[in-house]
Design a protein around this ligand. Structure first.
Ligand SMILES: Nc1ncnc2c1ncn2[C@@H]1O[C@H](COP(=O)(O)OP(=O)(O)OP(=O)(O)O)[C@@H](O)[C@H]1O
Ligand SMILES: [Mg+2]
Length: 382
């Protein structure tokens, strides 16, 4: 990497050489010392340094030079590289030049000619130190600002998440409240069938709340990074068989046929059993939840040389492009609605995606509006 440069500008070649040797003797190889005999040459060197991305902590310039004066040169440098510090060498106390350089050129000090070598070295050392200190501080603040912005965004997201969760808990709660009020106030007027109906509202509302709370806890774990994967050799077919047995009953209630296609090989991958069950459970439950009555759902298990893939295809409403973009987000409020009033928190697919990615897999959806949806999960096989 190129060393930072200290640039010296003076129209007296002897003084320039003296400056160069003094700085070299003092700093050794720490900095590259460049020299220019006039302002134009200095500006050319600066252009080259900028093009090569080389740092310029300090410019030391004589004030009185033919052509552009020192303070004017330092002002131009300040416009190009505001963080570079400048020292002005003045043969006589040119107060107005110093004032201009202080106001316009980030002047660190002025040094009267002839300079005292010890003073000069100390001033230059302090200037360079101050440059790097400021730079460190600027980087520190930049990092801090980035962190604050990230935290603010995270907090905003959490607030939004919390208000959505609270909103979704309020609905079933108010149904429970209304149903229980109805029972209390109209108990004598209600027959057994009506009472059972109110009870079923209470039951399904508590079920929704339970599901929402389970999902919220799962997301909390995911976001806190507490999710621990316990990978073991799992045959996905065994998991699917269990889930399909359970969901066949629910599907039958909606007249939905559940087909399972597999070539009866074993489909082993390193997975976390609870996570993969939760993923497939979510996808199969969605396929049934969003399918109209009397349709079919096809579950396929396939393996390639490198991957194991599970496809869950339904003949439901499918998703338009707008919905597809939000599909794996939190609290996805999309067009397809449950076809038998099943609970829907809008968190299932968000969890699915996090779990699949935690297990180094991929999940996506192949769908078009009115043409059904196929959700595909894929994991590297062993
Ligand atoms: N197979 C599907 N066909 C059509 N739309 C679907 C399908 N699966 C999901 N969706 C749409 O995506 C949305 C998000 O699904 P997701 O599984 O995240 O939440 P949910 O089913 O509403 O609730 P949860 O899974 O938490 O009970 C659903 O509300 C639905 O609109
Ligand atoms: Mg779901």
């Amino acid at each position: 990497m190129n060393k930072p440069v200290i640039l010296c500008v003076d129209d007296e070649p002897i003084l320039l050489l003296a400056l160069k040797y003094q700085l070299k003797d003092y700093f050794g190889n720490q900095y590259q010392i460049e020299t220019a005999e006039n302002a134009e040459e200095a500006l050319e060197i600066i252009e080259e340094l900028l093009a090569d991305n080389i740092e310029l902590p300090l410019v030391i310039s004589d004030q009185v030079m033919p052509g552009m004066l020192g303070d004017e040169l330092l002002t131009q440098i300040h416009i190009k590289i505001p963080e570079t510090l400048t020292i002005l060498l003045t043969g006589h106390a040119d107060v107005s030049a110093i004032a201009r350089a202080v106001n316009n050129a980030n002047l660190y000090r002025y040094i009267a000619k002839p300079w005292d070598p010890t003073d000069f070295n100390l001033t230059v050392t302090e200037a360079v130190r101050s440059y790097f200190h400021k730079k460190e501080l600027a980087e520190f603040y930049k990092g801090l600002e980035k962190k604050v912005a990230e935290r603010t965004l995270e907090l905003e997201r959490k607030n939004q998440f919390l208000s959505m969760a609270v909103h979704d808990l309020k609905n079933p709660l108010s149904i429970i409240q209304t149903s229980s009020e109805m029972i209390t106030n109209h108990f004598d007027d209600c027959d057994k069938r009506q009472l059972l109906e109110f009870n079923s509202y209470i039951f399904s509302s508590t079920q929704s709340m339970f599901e929402l709370i389970t999902n919220l806890l799962e997301i909390n774990e995911i976001e806190a990074g507490k999710l621990k994967v316990k990978p073991m050799l799992i045959d996905i077919q065994v998991i699917l068989n269990d889930l399909i047995k359970h969901y066949r009953v629910l599907a039958k209630a909606k007249g939905i046929n559940l087909y399972f296609e597999t070539d009866h090989q074993s489909y082993k991958a390193m997975l976390d059993e609870r996570m993969i069950s939760s993923v497939l459970d979510n996808l199969i439950s969605n396929a049934i939840k969003y399918s109209p009555y009397d349709k079919s759902v096809y579950i396929r298990l396939l393996s390639t040389e490198t991957h194991i893939r599970c496809e869950i295809q339904d003949e439901g409403p499918g998703l338009n492009e707008e919905d597809q973009k939000k599909l794996f987000g939190q609290f996805a409020r999309l067009s397809p609605q449950p076809t038998a009033d099943e609970p829907a928190t809008g968190l299932g697919l968000f969890i699915v995606k996090q779990l699949v990615e935690t297990m180094r897999g991929k999940v996506w959806c192949d769908t078009e509006k009115d043409k059904g949806a196929t959700f595909i999960v894929e994991f590297p096989s062993i």
